[in-house]
Design a protein around this ligand. Sequence first.
Ligand code: NDP
Ligand code: OXD
Length: 309
Amino acid sequence: MVLLVNAPTENGNAWREMFLQLDPSLEVRVWPDVGDPAEVDVAFAWRTRPGDLARYPNLRVVFSLGAGVDGLLSDPAFPRQVPLVRMVDPNLGVLMTEYVLAAVLRHHCELDRYHLLQQAGRWEKRVRPFAGERVVGIMGLGELGASAAVALRGLGFHVRGWSRRIRTVPGVETYAGDAGLSTFLAGSQILVCLLPLTAQTRGILGASTFARMPHGSCLVNAARGGHVVDADLVAALDAGQLSSATLDVFETEPLPAGHPFWTHPRILITPHIASVTSLPTAAALVIENLKQWRAGGALRNVVDPDRGY
Ligand code: NDP
Ligand code: OXD
C-alpha cells in the first residue's frame, strides 16, 4: 500500500519516518516525489496545492493532518467520492483547552484592560466578578469545544454551549441551531468560537451576532478566520459593543502587514498556535485507523462533505 504525505507546509520526511516506524509494510512517499500517481492508495494531506488530490486515480482514502477540513474541501477539484478522515486526537483538545483557558482568564481578569492602563501610566483598580458570575459561551461543542467547556466548568465559570444538534455536557447549559442562537448569545459575556468553517458558519462572527451579545463582552476566535467579518469586528470594538478580542486565526495567514487587526489596541493576535497536531500521537492514530480499515473495519472520523465537517 502506497501512502503519500502531501503536506507542502510541513516536514513531510518526519511524518514519513514516523509512519514507517509504526508500519514498516507501508510504502511512504513524500510530495512532490510522488512517482506514478496511479500507485497512490492513501494520502495524508494538509494545505495541498489546488487540484493536486485529483491527480491520483486510485486514491481510496484521504487523512487530514488537521481537525479542520475546510481547506481541503475548498478545493473544487477535491475528490469528494473518496472518504476524508479528519484529525481527532485528544492531544489537540489538550492544547486547545490550554489556549481557551488562557484567553478566557485574560478577559475575565481584564488583563487586556490593565495592559492599556499601564501604557497610559494609570493605576486604576476594578473589582472583578467571581468565575461563577461570568458566562462563557462556546460556539461548537465538538471534540475541542466540549473539552474546553469541561475545563472552564472546572474553574467555576458559568458555561453554555451551542451546536447544530443539542448536546449534553455535564454542568454546561446547551443550545442548538438557529432557534437557540439568540438566547445563547444574549448571555455570553465571553464568546469562544470553536466551530468548523462551513457554508453555514462562514461570517457568523459579524454585526448581527455581536449586536446580540451583552454590551462590552469579549471574543475568542480559535476556529477559522473565515468565521469573522473583519470590518464588523473592528466596528464592534470601536463602538464598545465588544471590549476585547483574542484572535488566533485569520482569513489570510500570515495576517497581511497593514491589516487593521495588527494595531488595534483591543485585539490580541496569536499566529494560529491555539493547538497543533502532535506528530507521534497523530501518526499513531492514522496508522491504527488505517489498519482497522485494511482489516475490513469502518474508518473512524469520516467527514460528511456536504455538511462540511
Ligand atoms: P468537531 O467536528 O468535533 O465539532 C464541531 C462542532 O461545531 C460540533 O459541536 C458541531 O455541532 C458544531 N457545528 C458545526 N456546524 C454548526 C452550525 N452550523 N451551527 C451550530 N453548530 C455547528 O470539530 P473540532 O472540535 O475537532 O474542531 C473545531 C474546529 O477547530 C476545526 O474545524 C478547526 O477549524 C478549528 N481548529 C483550530 C485550531 C487552531 O490551532 N486554531 C486547531 C484545531 C482545530 P454538532 O455537535 O451538532 O455536530
Ligand atoms: C487544525 C488546525 O484544524 O491546526 O487542526 O487549524
